[in-house]
Design a protein around this ligand. Structure first.
Ligand SMILES: O=C(O)C[C@H]1C=CC(=O)O1
Length: 96
């Protein structure tokens, strides 16, 4: 499995219909929670004061993360930054 930190910055245009906006956010929440329940979306944290989050994904490979991110209902209104993660040698969990 491969771990990634992903920062998502959301900017929904002002002229989006309020009903479309609400529906897209609700669909996004359901999509995210399904992936959380399935174990691939491991963490989601709000960045204080911003319409942004930092999430951690645990997925089989880069292609799977790409598929997940492109499937985000809010993707068209997001800027996404992906950081691949590796184990740290000072992590006590890895210090046999
Ligand atoms: O609110 C956000 O950070 C954007 C997005 C990511 C998951 C979700 O439910 O909404």
């Amino acid at each position: 499995m491969a771990l990634f930190a992903v920062r998502m910055d959301v900017a929904i245009p002002d002229d989006v219909d309020p009903a479309v906006r609400a529906e897209t956010i609700a669909t996004e929440k359901a999509y995210s929670q399904e992936l959380q329940r399935g174990g691939e979306w491991v963490h989601i944290w709000r960045i204080v004061g911003q319409y942004s989050n930092i999430s951690v994904f645990d997925v089989v490979d880069n292609e799977r993360l790409h598929e997940i991110l492109w499937g985000l209902p809010l993707f068209k209104w997001m800027t996404v930054e992906v950081t691949p993660l590796a184990g740290h040698p000072s992590d006590i969990a890895l210090d046999g």
